[in-house]
Design a protein around this ligand. Structure first.
Ligand SMILES: Nc1ncnc2c1ncn2[C@@H]1O[C@H](COP(=O)(O)OP(=O)(O)OP(=O)(O)O)[C@@H](O)[C@H]1O
Ligand SMILES: [Mg+2]
Length: 234
């Protein structure tokens, strides 16, 4: 569960986040939509404990972001814009490396299974530097979930993926949801948001301007809400 109260972030005298209040329940999958520069990635970076908020409070599975950031890092899986992978390492070496940081049991077996799950078993021992963007993104997804996190923070996870990889990613998100994982997913992809999320929030100028449940798995419904809030079209 994620509880955010009056969260703000200021940098260079500019307010990037301005009083975010949000509660995401355990097992809920929430998409974060909004125009470029709205503050979506900044929100995820604060939740991933990479940058400190200027004001406000955050609880993740009951852990206070200001006091328990080491424990919080074990609970979360964060997929940023960049892959965080080591170029000269293979998928297996990367996943074992990151798995060891989190103290994952039977880490090699877990790594091999994950590489299989993202459809890259054939490239298990190839250096990542030779991979295409979509292949890197598949391994980056495996890295983010190596320790079976209870909270997933995904920043534009569908970017660069082909249709096959999109369904692999969606199945990963849905199967983690079944285990009770809470997911916050930044995306510009209304179709994926409508298909796999329970709820959508729209961020504009560092504020949440809309928050609604997905009633029909129809991207038209999401686009209408988005246009109304972001482009002022009704
Ligand atoms: N460290 C920083 N110092 C100053 N300004 C920053 C910093 N980090 C982000 N910003 C600014 O904050 C705003 C929000 O950035 P952010 O990356 O959160 O947007 P975003 O909603 O993820 O956009 P996109 O859809 O393009 O990924 C931008 O105007 C950006 O220039
Ligand atoms: Mg961003």
């Amino acid at each position: 569960m994620i509880e955010i109260k009056k969260l703000s972030k200021q940098a260079d005298n500019k307010f990037i986040l301005r009083g975010i209040d949000l509660r995401v329940n355990k097992g809920e999958t929430v998409a974060v939509l909004g125009p470029n520069g709205a503050g979506k990635s900044t929100l995820l970076k604060v939740l991933a404990t990479l940058i400190k908020p200027t004001a406000g409070h955050v609880l993740m599975n009951g852990l206070d972001l200001r006091k328990n950031h080491i424990e919080i890092k074990k609970v979360i899986g964060y997929l940023p814009h960049s892959s965080l992978l080591y170029d000269h390492y293979s998928p297996l070496e990367n996943l074992v490396f990151f798995g060891n940081i989190y103290g994952v049991n039977n880490v090699e077996q877990r790594a091999v299974n994950l590489v299989k799950e993202v459809g890259l078993s054939f490239f298990l021992n190839e250096p990542v530097k030779n991979f295409s963007r979509g292949m890197i993104q598949r391994i980056a997804i495996a890295r983010a979930i190596i320790h079976e996190p209870e909270v997933l923070l995904l920043d534009e996870p569908h970017t660069g993926l082909d249709q096959g990889a999109i369904s692999i990613l969606n199945n990963v998100i849905l199967s983690m949801k079944e285990k009770g994982t809470t997911t916050l997913m930044v995306t510009h992809d209304f179709k994926q948001a409508a298909e796999i999320c329970d709820r959508i929030i729209i961020v504009k100028n560092g504020k949440i301007v809309d928050d609604f449940r997905i009633e029909t798995r129809n991207q038209g419904f999401v686009s209408e809400k988005y246009e109304l809030q972001v482009e002022g079209v009704s």
